[in-house]
Ligand binder design. Structure first.
Ligand code: AMP
Length: 283
C-alpha cells in the first residue's frame, strides 16, 4: 500500500495538483475506518479531483484516562478501504513529525468549544483544532469533508477555518448509521453484544425528542427531559448531556421559535464505552 509519511512529500503532491488546476479534497481521520468515514471520502471524490485522507491518531485530543493506547489501529486495512472509496493518497505521518520534541503551539477556538463536549472533555477541542490547523497547513486542501456525527466539531472547525482565513471550503456530511440507528463509530467495536443491543436507545431518544418537536413542543427543558427519560430506561447508561440548542451557535434559549434550526445532542457512557450522537431539526 502506498502511504505518504513525510510532510514535504504530501505538500508537494497537493501543490503540484493545484498547479495543474486539480481541486484537492481532504478528509482527516484517526483511522479504524468504517462506512461513516468512507462516505466522507466518497463525497470528497465526487466534488474534487484529488482526495487525500489522513490517518493520524492525535494524542493531543485524548486525556490521560482516555483510550489513546487501545484506540483501534490497522493501517493496511484502512488504506485498502480508503483507496476503494476513492482516496488517491493516504497521509499517515509519524507522531514526532507532527509534534517534535519541544513542540509548544496550541490553537483554541473559544466559546463554541466550551459547552457540551468541551465541558466533559476540556482538552478535546484544543487538540482537534491544533491538529486540524497543522494538517490544513501541511495538506493545503481546497476543501475538507467532516461528518455530522461530531456536530460540535464541525462548528469548531468551520470557525477555525473562518477565523484563521484558511482558503478552504468546509463540507459537512450526514451521519451514517447502523440498521437500528446507532451512529457508526470506531469505538462501537468496544461494545459487548448486550451493550450493542442497548446502544440503539440513543437514536430512539433523539427520534422521540424530534417527534415531540414536530408535534409542537418548543420548551427546551421538556425536549431535554424526553431524551433523559428515554436514556434512563437502560440502567447501564450514564448521561453526560442529552440536550438541545440552536444549531448555529449552540446557544440555549428557554423556548425555540418557529424557523429555528435546532440540534439535539447526546453524550453518554454505556458502561465503559462513551457514545455521542445528534440530530438536526428545523422547528
Ligand atoms: P474520527 O476518525 O473519529 O476522528 O472521524 C473522522 C471523521 O469521520 C470526522 O469528520 C467524523 O465526524 C467522521 N465520522 C465518524 N463517524 C461518522 C459517521 N457515523 N458518519 C459520518 N461521519 C462520521
Amino acid at each position: 500500500m502506498n502511504f505518504i509519511e513525510k510532510i514535504e512529500e504530501i505538500r508537494e503532491i497537493s501543490r503540484n495538483s493545484k498547479k495543474n488546476n486539480l481541486k484537492v479534497g481532504f478528509v482527516p481521520t484517526m483511522g479504524a475506518l468504517h462506512q461513516g468515514h468512507l462516505s466522507l471520502i466518497e463525497k470528497a471524490k465526487e466534488i474534487s479531483d484529488i482526495v487525500i485522507v489522513s490517518i493520524f491518531v492525535n494524542p493531543k485530543q485524548f486525556a490521560a484516562h482516555e483510550d489513546l493506547d487501545k484506540y483501534p489501529r490497522d493501517l493496511e486495512k484502512d488504506a485498502k478501504l480508503a483507496y476503494e472509496s476513492g482516496a488517491d493518497f493516504i497521509f499517515s505521518p509519524n507522531i514526532l513529525d507532527i509534534y517534535p520534541v519541544g513542540y509548544s503551539t496550541s490553537i483554541n477556538v473559544n466559546v463554541i468549544s466550551e459547552s457540551f463536549e468541551g465541558e466533559f472533555r476540556p482538552h478535546f477541542f484544543g487538540g482537534v483544532a491544533t491538529v486540524c490547523a497543522k494538517l490544513f497547513t501541511i495538506v493545503e486542501p481546497d476543501l475538507v469533508v467532516f461528518g455530522q456525527k461530531d456536530y460540535q466539531q464541525c462548528l469548531v472547525i468551520s470557525k477555525l477555518i473562518k477565523d484563521l482565513h484558511f482558503p478552504i471550503e468546509f463540507i459537512m456530511e450526514p451521519t451514517v448509521r447502523e440498521s437500528d440507528g446507532l451512529a457508526k463509530s470506531s469505538r462501537n467495536q468496544y461494545l459487548s453484544k448486550d451493550e450493542r443491543q442497548k446502544s440503539g436507545i440513543l437514536f430512539i431518544a433523539l427520534e422521540e425528542a424530534k417527534k415531540a418537536i414536530s408535534l409542537g413542543e418548543s420548551d427546551r427543558k421538556i425536549i431535554n427531559a424526553i431524551m433523559h427519560k428515554k436514556l434512563r430506561e437502560v440502567k447501564e447508561i450514564r448521561i453526560e448531556y442529552a440536550s438541545s440548542a440552536l444549531a448555529d451557535d449552540l446557544s440555549q434559549p428557554e423556548f425555540f421559535l418557529k424557523g429555528d434550526k435546532v440540534v439535539l445532542l447526546i453524550a453518554c457512557y454505556l458502561n465503559k464505552v462513551r457514545l455521542i450522537d445528534n440530530m438536526i431539526i428545523t422547528i
